[in-house]
Design a protein around this ligand. Structure first.
Ligand code: ZN
Length: 427
């Protein structure tokens, strides 16, 4: 097997030490096998987190080539209402910060064009860039101009030639997914007007630490970003962070705005507040991450003990939602079809496939009525409220809901920390 081990830090080039958390050898979270694939051994590689003691970036120890992960991507962003609202708000936020008529917006990792469509509605010219052929085709079919390309020097040249420089370049949940971030920053710098800005959204390291969200770890997600290391790498490539907004997608993400150094926009006070918070929470110390890892291992012990107990009592259990985190959780917890009968997901592209590694079948949510389970593990816990509302009729029949990690926000007092209930049942 090929070795994908990373020897130096993505942001500062310092040599990397040993991982502080090893989740085990894992398949690719978004490559959901079909039935006929199950007999062929799946690609797998260690999923481990390393902390760079020089710049503070938390990153994966192993990097799988993007061609293996992103050339046919099953994740389609417009499948949930939450995302649709999120991007409509996002496009408004971006437009409000730009002067002039019909500025050019370039979206990196534009997926099926959900954000591009929102930009268009705000009166902006658009160009998406996405390496997934199926998604780029889908977007172009809808009139949302998308280059089927990885973002690199060539795609920058093509955009400059066809559309001119961009007033805004955006990258949502791509900045954390790209290995060669130094080239991305150089290319974005060259693509932007002097007055333009780069806006990125990524799951925030601070939230991951606070709420023990280790399930956001998967092979595609290479960097676990805090504002301190981001400031370092932004400045290294001629950028200045001027604003930050907290957003709730993926259970706590940041939207960070950066302009070229000495840009016209004043730096908002919130930037300094984040840097201060990270200092106070000791983001720059290895011990912080070692403590995090110890807690993660304890959650694994508790959750797997709970599943074992329920199975011993003869209970049936299924899962709800098959996002990437479901793969991380199932594999880290060692779940098999003996533990979970099935996982439901409303994305038709995922139905008929299996959770990678764990090989638990993914079926439509109508299955919940046909083969009711005593317990439903909500893997897409960041949509737990939406989901529980949708399936609260099962609760009346005695089905109980679990979240697969310890989240004090969800816990019912006096009961097991993984149990959650609808507001109606709580009242
Ligand atoms: Zn570093």
């Amino acid at each position: 097997m090929l070795d994908y081990k990373k020897s130096t830090c993505r942001y500062c080039d310092a040599p990397l030490a040993a991982p502080f958390l090893e989740l085990g050898s894992m398949p690719l979270a978004n490559n959901l096998p079909r039935k006929e694939d199950l007999t062929v051994p799946e690609f797998a590689c260690p999923l481990s987190l390393v902390f760079c003691e020089k710049c503070g970036l938390v990153q994966l120890s192993h990097v799988v080539p993007p061609e293996l992960m992103f050339s046919h991507y099953l994740y389609v962003s417009s499948t949930t209402k939450t995302f649709q609202e999120h991007f409509a708000d996002y496009a408004k936020d971006v437009r409000a910060r730009l002067k002039g008529t019909s500025p050019l917006a370039v979206d990196l990792g534009s997926n099926d064009g959900l954000l591009l469509a929102c930009y268009q509605r705000e009166g902006m010219r658009i160009c998406g860039v996405d390496p997934a052929k199926n998604l780029a085709e889908e977007a172009n079919k809808q009139g949302l101009t998308t280059l089927n390309h990885f973002f690199n020097k060539d795609s920058v040249e093509e955009i400059l030639k066809r559309f001119g420089p961009a007033s805004v370049v955006s990258g949502n949940n791509v900045f954390a997914h790209i290995d060669d971030i130094q080239s991305v920053l150089k290319n974005v710098f060259n693509l932007l007007t002097d007055d333009g800005f780069f806006v990125i959204e990524f799951p925030y390291l601070g939230t991951m630490l606070d709420e023990l969200l280790f399930d956001m770890t998967y092979h595609e997600h290479l960097s676990y970003i805090g504002v301190t290391p981001l400031t370092f790498v932004a400045e290294r490539f001629g950028f200045q962070i001027f604003d930050i907004r907290e957003v709730s997608s993926h259970g706590g993400s940041l939207r960070v705005f950066m302009q070229k150094q000495k840009g016209r926009r004043p730096v908002a006070a919130v930037v300094g507040k984040f840097l201060e918070r990270e200092k106070k929470e000791k983001h720059a110390e290895l011990a912080t991450y070692q403590a995090f890892a110890a807690k993660v291992l304890k959650v694994k012990e508790d959750f797997t003990a709970l599943i074992r107990r329920l199975k011993h009592e003869g209970k049936s259990i299924c899962g709800y939602g098959a996002p990437a985190k479901a793969s991380t959780l199932c594999n880290f917890y060692g779940m098999t079809p003996k533990d979970l009968d099935y996982v439901v997901d409303d994305n038709p592209l995922k139905q008929g496939r299996f959770i990678p590694g764990a090989h638990i079948p993914i079926v439509p949510s109508s299955h919940l009525n046909e083969a009711p389970a005593d317990y439903v593990v909500i893997f897409a816990w960041n949509f737990a409220r939406e989901i529980i509302k949708k399936i609260s009729h099962l609760e009346e029949r005695g089905t109980k809901f679990l979240v697969p990690l310890f989240n004090p926000k969800h816990a019912l007092p006096g009961e097991n920390p993984f149990l959650i209930a609808s507001e109606k049942a709580r009242a």
